[in-house]
Design a protein around this ligand. Structure first.
Ligand code: SF4
Ligand code: SF4
Length: 384
């Protein structure tokens, strides 16, 4: 299941002639912005705000985080300067693509007491281009798509937002200390799920299209053919990001291994540190649990159905009529990790983790799912 780590990175754009990029000089990046804006999209781009890199509406390349990198460790995130003229030398901040399609809180429908049933309110989402999306987050979006769009009926709220997105992906040239996308097979080079792909070189950008929507924009840029040395530099960068990864998931049968160790003593050791704060599920780009509430107006004439994100770690999430299934942090953490790495394989055919490392960086006590899974799988006796 787990892809073995290797120093040999594969960048599909270097090896696939059909997807061979063109070159855009650094001082021409605004032309790409302008074409996207002229196509009717607003742009969400990475900016420095509140001490992190996060997506914000921008129109000019000047707003990008010039020369800014970051340092990420368990329970720690710090911005760094000194990345030269680069604008994509950072790793993702706390925010993935999830909130753009699966809103943290929204009205699903409203009802008026007229005997006419309910009325569906769809979100008023505008065309939105997101610049700087990483491979792990594209893989996470594919997982969310499978959950919300495939099956018996697509979620119309998610679907409406999803259809409006244009995704401009960027190859990762650096890995944070908490990244492990190589071991999940989801990065660091772009592979699929983007409309336009970028790779940042010292002198500018390699750029290529990944979809018909993307092609319509890219073909309006007059690009220079990429030189072999530029393609070589692109491969070197993703190789460097691959080799820099210090973490990985255990190379084991995670599904059987975790199900056989539900009574392992280490679950209790994690629970002694875990605050049940839910940060890990909030930042996780694949977590899709939610609660719904039916709120009746005081006059009894109207009601609204509201949906908001929920978490394995919130007390109410496991409430059944009259009792709570998971009453403590041990049971909640165990539920989260076994669903993510085992149950998800049964439901979706892959693990529910794309190795972004956010749950490690943003856990206030630095709990690290790669270490916890390793300990549970390989230390102590098998207790079934
Ligand atoms: S479980 Fe952690 S590392 Fe995996 S996708 Fe979620 S936040 Fe990222
Ligand atoms: S593992 Fe960390 S982030 Fe997740 S609930 Fe526990 S303390 Fe919070």
């Amino acid at each position: 299941m787990t892809k073995p780590r290797s120093g040999e990175a594969v960048n599909p754009h270097v090896t696939d002639v059909e997807r061979r990029p063109g070159f855009l000089a650094r001082d021409r990046l605004q032309e790409l912005f302008d074409l996207i804006l002229q196509s009717g999209y607003s742009i969400l781009g990475p900016v420095v705000r509140d001490g992190v890199i996060q997506f914000s509406e921008i129109t000019a390349v000047e707003r990008l985080p010039h020369g800014v990198g970051n340092q990420q460790q368990p329970g720690r995130y710090r911005l760094q300067t000194g990345a030269g003229s680069s604008v994509f030398a950072w790793n993702h901040g706390p925010q993935g693509l999830k909130p753009l399609c699966f809103a943290p809180k929204e009205h699903l429908w409203s009802e008026q007491h007229q005997g006419l049933g309910f009325q569906l309110e769809l979100p008023q989402q505008k065309l939105t281009a997101v610049i700087g999306v990483r491979a792990c987050d594209l893989a996470a979006l594919a997982i969310q798509d499978r959950h919300f769009l495939e099956g018996e009926a697509a979620d119309p709220h998610y679907q409406k937002r999803r259809e409006q997105l244009l995704l401009i992906g960027v190859d990762c040239s650096h890995s944070a200390e908490t990244c492990f996308c190589v071991s999940t097979g989801d990065g660091p080079a772009l592979d699929k799920g983007y409309d336009i792909g970028l790779s940042e070189l010292n002198e500018g950008f390699l750029i290529w299209s990944g979809s018909t929507k993307g092609k319509q924009i890219v073909h309006k840029l007059s690009l220079q053919p990429a030189e072999d040395r530029q393609l070589e530099q692109m491969l070197q960068m993703t190789t460097q990001a691959t080799e820099a990864q210090q973490r990985q998931l255990p190379e084991a049968d995670l599904l059987m291994g975790l199900y056989q160790r539900l009574e392992h003593g280490h679950w209790w050791e994690v629970a002694e540190r875990c605050l049940s704060c839910g940060n890990c599920t909030a930042v996780c780009p694949t977590c899709f649990c939610y609660d719904t509430q039916h709120a009746l107006a005081l006059d009894g004439k109207s009601a609204q159905k509201v949906r908001q994100w929920s978490s394995c770690f919130s007390a109410g999430h496991s409430s059944m009529t009259g009792f709570q299934v998971r009453t403590n942090s041990m049971q909640r953490y165990r539920q989260w990790l076994t669903h993510k790495l085992a149950g998800w394989q049964e439901q979706q055919g892959r693990i529910g983790c794309t190795g972004c490392g956010r749950c490690i960086t943003w856990c206030p006590v630095g709990i690290d799912l790669t270490e916890e899974a390793e300990t549970i799988l390989w230390e102590g006796s098998l207790d079934v």
